[in-house]
Design a binder for this molecule. Sequence first.
Ligand code: FMN
Length: 209
Amino acid sequence: MKTIILNGSPRKNWNTAQLLKEAKKGAESAGAEVEYIDLYDLNYNGCRSCLACKRSGIAEPCKCYWKDDLSPVLEKIWQADRLITGSPIYYGQPTGGFRSFLERITFPAMSYNDYTSVFKGHVDVDVFLTMNATLEGYQQMYEKKMEEYFGPFGFLNGKVRLIPVCDTLQVKDYSKYEMKSFSEEHKKAVHAAEFPAALEMAYKIGAGE
Ligand SMILES: Cc1cc2nc3c(=O)[nH]c(=O)nc-3n(C[C@H](O)[C@H](O)[C@H](O)COP(=O)(O)O)c2cc1C
């Protein structure tokens, strides 16, 4: 079992990354071959619409012909069994880096003849979504939209699962920032009460439970 873990947050040790690192431990405990990648370490862009992946008669239909730091990562994911990834919600969307990645990993897999998948493999995708919104807020404002955003992962032929982790702690000390719309007391209480369970869930998801 090959599992790629991809952090779509620019922060390497915060909420999204912590969840993904637990998922990594879980996947390793189940004997998977795991690689952890920070998307924001890479120099890449979204789809450049070169359309090389749509040219007639190409040898490999599901391939991104644009070459940059993301190219080897795309290949690794197409060869994997699982992608465990995550992104914070920024302005009601996944991060810009994540959206660019999503274009690159799914567009080569999609047929422009009939919108089926030309990808021959099967990659199950788990996406952790972290956010300031409460679970109720997520369900009201974001859930449907996120299902649409991540729909193109369906071209990888596996199961696609979205895992919201809500009301996260954004900074350690709110008193040092102009962030008066948040109550530090509330944020810390939610973090203490709920984040350990989220980490445990991430471990289990990684382990395939
Ligand atoms: C640029 C930016 C935009 C954000 N927009 C939203 C938003 O629209 N909705 C929300 O619930 N949280 C929003 N947040 C909060 C983050 O989603 C939240 O703090 C997240 O857990 C951060 O993930 P990280 O700790 O892994 O970096 C935003 C944060 C930033 C930096």
